[in-house]
Design a protein around this ligand. Structure first.
Ligand code: 13P
Length: 252
């Protein structure tokens, strides 16, 4: 099974219900008649997931959650469980985003629990990771990425990897306008694939989609996506504009 290209829009804490619908309707019409070379995923906020699922029914657009809690249910005020997501036909969840790590203190141990719960509930996980600017400056970026992956994902069984998508998001490139160069992205993606190959063998490593995230725009998408180990992108800011997101989708 060859790996799939994926272009995913992480809408973060943006857009009320009306704006979410406008964006979805805009995307639906701009993608009409286009032959897609990738899966297209959008991740609106929790409160807009249900309506996003309804309004994308019968289209190629898939809907993902941005987060979930690790427990099955219980006294966790303000949280959302995997079962709740499944119940409204969500199949995918983003976990480990750097904003969750930075602002909400999510670390490897917690993320491992979240990933394990999500997979046990048969959700697909888009697992985000990436180094800080200081890590790259001190030439520690490979070591940081290696430990983020190993600590969270390397106890999985080989067959669980079919529900894992990786998103390498160097923190210094998120929302900063600064992008990893296509060569920097390729270098890291190849390194990630080699780690997976060493642990799980070539079949798993060749099948896993590795997305790049961090200031992907219409102007740089094509060059980044053209790299051999880059299988698409996780897009923040540019996914909030119909035209930009459509151009990025077309770039793959
Ligand atoms: P930007 O595309 O806005 O840099 O955000 C990237 C990101 O965090 C996607 O999850």
């Amino acid at each position: 099974m060859a790996r799939k290209n994926i272009v995913a829009g992480n809408w973060k804490m943006n857009n009320n219900a009306t704006q979410t619908q406008e964006l979805i309707q805009g995307l639906k019409s701009s993608l009409e008649g286009i032959t897609l070379n990738s899966r297209v995923v959008i991740a609106p906020t929790f409160v807009n997931l249900s309506s996003a699922v309804s309004s994308t029914e019968g289209t190629a657009i898939e809907v993902s959650a941005q987060n979930m809690h690790q427990a099955d249910s219980g006294a966790y005020t303000g949280e959302i469980s995997a079962d709740m997501l499944k119940d409204i036909d969500i199949q995918t969840v983003i976990l480990g985003h750097s904003e969750r790590r930075t602002y909400f203190g999510e670390g490897d141990e917690l993320l491992k629990e979240k990933v394990n719960t999500a997979l046990a509930k048969e959700l697909e996980v888009i697992f985000c990771f990436g180094e800080l600017l200081e890590d790259r400056k001190s030439d520690n970026h490979f070591a940081v990425v290696e430990s983020q992956l190993k600590n969270v994902l390397f106890d999985l069984k080989a067959d669980q990897w079919k529900n894992i998508v990786l998103a390498y998001e160097p923190v210094w490139a998120i929302g900063t306008g600064e992008t990893a160069s296509p060569e920097q992205a390729q270098e890291m993606h190849a390194f990630i694939r080699s780690l997976i190959e060493n642990q799980y063998g070539a079949e798993v490593s060749e099948d896993v989609s590795i997305l790049y995230g961090g200031s992907v725009k219409p102007g740089n998408a094509q060059e980044i996506f053209s790299k051999k180990d880059v299988d698409g992108g996780l897009i923040g800011g540019a996914s909030l504009k119909v035209q930009d997101f459509t151009e990025i989708i077309k770039a793959i």
